[in-house]
Design a protein around this ligand. Sequence first.
Ligand code: SF4
Ligand code: SF4
Length: 96
Amino acid sequence: MTMSMPEITRCDATECSYNRDRQCHTMAITIGDASCPMCDTFVQTDASGGDPSVIGRVGACKTSNCRYNEALECTAESINVGMHSRHADCMTFSSR
Ligand code: SF4
Ligand code: SF4
C-alpha cells in the first residue's frame, strides 16, 4: 500500500495559530478520535505557528469509520477543515 499525505485545501478555523488566510501552515496534522473527525492539532496561542511557505497535510487520522480511512491513514486526495460545535472538524469526513 503506497500512500501520500493529503493536502489541506482550506481551513476555516481562523482562530488556530497555524491558520493564515484560511490555509493551514503546519507540516502535518492529526485528525480525530474514533467518534469525531476533529483536528487534533488545533491550537490557540499568541504565537503564530507553522511555516507560511508550507501548505499543511494530513499526517494521520484516527477516525476509522470514515470511508477514506485505511489503516488509520487518510486516502482522500485532499481535505477541507471547518468549525463545528466550536471545534475544528474534517469536513471531508464521510461515514462508511
Ligand atoms: S487544519 Fe487544524 S492545525 Fe491546521 S489551521 Fe486548521 S485547525 Fe489549525
Ligand atoms: S477524510 Fe476521513 S480519513 Fe481523511 S482526514 Fe478526514 S475523517 Fe480522516
